[in-house]
Design a protein around this ligand. Structure first.
Ligand code: LLP
Length: 404
């Protein structure tokens, strides 16, 4: 079973469903999950898919079917996870900056909850005391991750309770007899250096004596996947080895076994995804050769928002001479997918495929310029199946109220 989708299959999908089109390879997701499980065999861990990366219900059902757990960042994601068949014990809700009502709803749903502010922790104490276990998201003051927008652990970040406020956490814990069973840290996305996770483990190590109910050390997500051919992702086997060693140290020092949780998003679903677009316009100007495609940052915002690199291929002319292109969208605003990018010669109506489009692609899409969100297809067991229809004008108008 190939873990990539061939050009012919992508072309066939484009013919059948039209473009722009997101296609996801289910078995690639399975393979990524298996890689994690294999690397961490014998290390006491659980993996929770950070579903904010891609929440199509059919993708969630696939991920549930392969035995992965799920990490949610809103109560609606919790409800989607339940609908997809995850049981509450498999669901983690790591909240950030939310109204306390959402935490009540998460408790009512029976899922694990990580709280990231003293204010919500106090409300939790008042509402539940020791009746419901709770996790704490900490801010370790570590700078990590691919760029500032996706770094969450540094000392200017809104995420988590700063370590300096440990005393406040402990006094709330004592006042309300909180059963703090999990410590959580997520320092950012695209973390290549495994030692970042080990630094976090060292922080946890010093905190253990303060939390007698502690069972789980949640190190968040953020494993890097390669977006460029010369790039390397996080060395997962090395990470597993180091985490295993650290866990042994915890056990020998504290005489207690802790479980490590991870919340990978990109690692599970980035590489499985392809955005197929077609070329509307070739515009040759004195300085730049533009290929204008029938998409934009309303479908994949990562290049414009994070200056993220996505590989772009011309599957209609894979052996054509290489030329340098600015690949742009059709949004009425600058919306490059690439600047000065060598690609096989592009002609109008050619199909361009954007790789690594599974994570934070469709999910961060919008109807800007009143354009439709793309359709989505899941490639599973050798078959392409539609998992979301392309928008129509009805969708654009669905919640609008037309006044007379
Ligand atoms: N856990 C928590 C608490 C998170 O906030 C995130 C991502 C993850 C896990 C998963 O991180 P991952 O394994 O996917 O790196 N839209 C950005 C990425 C933002 C990530 C937000 N939080 C992008 O497209 O690069």
């Amino acid at each position: 079973m190939s873990l990539t989708i061939s050009n012919e299959q992508l072309q066939a999908a484009a013919t059948q469903y039209g473009t722009p089109l997101y296609v996801y390879h289910a078995e690639k997701i399975t393979a990524q999950h298996q890689q994690l499980q294999k690397a961490f065999e014998g290390v006491y861990t659980r993996f929770f898919y950070a579903c904010k990366a891609l929440t199509n219900i059919s993708v969630l059902k696939h991920i549930q079917s392969i035995g992965c757990n799920i990490d949610c960042s809103s109560i609606n994601e919790v409800y989607l996870a339940l609908k997809a068949g995850f049981n509450p014990e498999q669901i983690l809700y790591t909240s950030n900056g939310i109204a306390f009502e959402e935490i009540i709803a998460a408790v009512e749903a029976g899922v694990s909850v990580n709280i990231d502010s003293l204010s919500n922790l106090e409300k939790f104490g008042k509402a539940y005391g020791s009746r419901y276990p709770v996790g704490i998201r900490l801010r370790p003051n570590i700078m990590a991750g691919g760029n500032l927008k996706i770094s969450t652990g540094h000392n200017g970040s809104k995420f988590g309770i700063p370590l300096e406020q440990l005393d406040d956490i402990l006094s709330l814990k004592n006042q309300y007899q909180l059963r703090i069973n999990c410590l959580h840290v997520h320092t950012g996305s695209e973390i290549k250096d495994v030692d970042v996770f080990i630094k976090v483990a060292d922080i946890f190590f010093d905190l253990v004596p303060h939390f007698q109910d502690l069972q789980v050390l949640d190190m968040g997500g953020g494993f890097k996947v390669p977006y460029q051919s010369n790039e390397k992702g996080t060395d997962i086997p090395l990470l597993a080895k180091k985490v295993g060693e650290v866990l042994n140290k915890f056990e020998t020092t504290y005489g207690k076994k802790f479980q490590v949780w991870f919340e990978p998003g990109k690692y599970l679903v980035s590489e499985c995804g392809y955005l197929i677009t077609s070329v509307n316009v070739i515009k040759e100007t004195p300085s730049v050769l533009f290929a204008g495609i029938n998409s934009g940052f309303n479908h994949l915002i990562r290049p414009m928002f994070y200056e993220a690199y996505h590989h772009i291929r011309n599957i209609s002319n894979p052996n054509g001479p290489i030329k340098n292109y600015a690949v742009t969208g059709n949004i009425c605003e600058t919306d490059n997918f690439a600047w000065d990018r060598p690609i096989n010669e592009i002609r109008e109506n050619d199909l361009l495929v954007i790789d690594n489009a599974g994570a934070y692609g469709f999910e961060m899409g919008s109807n800007y310029n009143s354009r439709f969100l793309p359709a989505q297809v899941l490639y599973k067991e050798g078959q392409m199946r539609l998992i979301r229809k392309r928008d129509t004008m009805e969708d654009i108008l669905k919640n609008q109220i037309e006044l007379n």
